[in-house]
Design a protein around this ligand. Sequence first.
Ligand code: PMT
Length: 420
Amino acid sequence: MTAIPEQRILLIIGGGIAAYKTLDLIRRLRERGFFVRAVMTESAQRFVTKLAVESLTGSRVFDDLFALTEDSSMGHIELSRDADLLVVAPATADIIAKMAHGLANDLASTMLLATDKKILVAPAMNLRMWLHPATQRNAAILQNDGVVFAGPENGGMACGEYGPGRMSEPLAILAAIEQVLASGTRIPLPADFSGNQEAADVLAGRRVLVTSGPTREPIDPVRYIANRSSGKQGHAIAAAAAAASADVVLVSGPVALADPLGIRTIHVETARDMVRQVEAALPVDIFVGVAAVADWRVAETAPEKIKKDPKQEACLTLVENPDILAALGRRSKDRPALVVGFAAESEELVENAQAKLTAKNCDMIVANDVSRASGVLGGENNKVLILTKNGKESWPWMTKQEVARRLVARLAAMLAETGR
Ligand code: PMT
């Protein structure tokens, strides 16, 4: 995708080793025709120089909250007003915490508070800092406020550790920026459903059960079969339903996300654990199966770590897991008024999704493309196709929070139509 000429990015560079990748991001943004203005925190300047950023952006770098008054044409409000999108890369734990709590004690945090423009953050930090409950709480607050996250990714870190916390590659951040700009530049309404009183009227006190994330099927005490689901889409749907006054239960596989605020979240590991918890949560009015439940598990989990044996080929016998969605769709007693499934496809999206709608007796299937190229699995954005017995509808690329808000509004309307 090529940038619409003159789209303006205010790039806030935080203090982390990943700042060196931000230089490449600037280069790529400029190649695409974006105008980039940069603000650097004090600690960012320990990792990359102002001179390098100025050379690449081709314009002055801002770093001092109080110096802005010297330049009458560029006060801090003007700086953010002038931008189509604010991008924070790298977004450190400190910047994320300041944003979540509305702190404004330097130029970067002041910009982020003094804006009504959309904000995209690319976190980068040590994995323990990212997984710390405080950072996860702060990230959840920002997601709920409509801030878009690009990453972090799993990978090796400068400190020698491996795990989530590595800043996304410049091309991935660039793709996220283009998607965000394509879906509008204003901050989406927070998930309070203001302006959507109808959905809240229908869902107030109604029980909504959402599954999210992957399941992990153990091979032996140390190994397991899993998939790349992050839980972002499922958690966003649970949060949007709760924001629309529903009584939500979220059954989540292992994810690196904070539990959404105010939602009863039950943590499970395997598909069979998930089935048990889903059944225990019934009856509900709406079931939304977003979890990427493993289709198979190992027939017998080895009690001890399986040893390598050069004389024998390693072989795992797999058996099928129970299908939670199909079981709910086909239930005669306690069938939810609406049974909604997702279809994760890497080919023939429409045909496969249509087949799941029928085979699993669902009221709706939300189909999405999970090929590696789409970036949907684990990413911030989604493009879905909605299938019901009455037809199909394709939605454009949007953040997973936006998908969630729209979906919840749609489900509220469908529930009202059922008269139940
Ligand atoms: O978690 P994210 O990184 O945000 O990514 C979101 C997502 C891509 C995982 C999500 O949008 C999605 O597509 N979820 C469905 C994943 C999936 O397992 O799809 P499927 O086509 O294999 O299964 C179809 C439906 O049957 C799903 O609703 C699934 O929850 C359900 N199912 C599948 C197998 C099984 N044993 N039990 C089930 O209930």
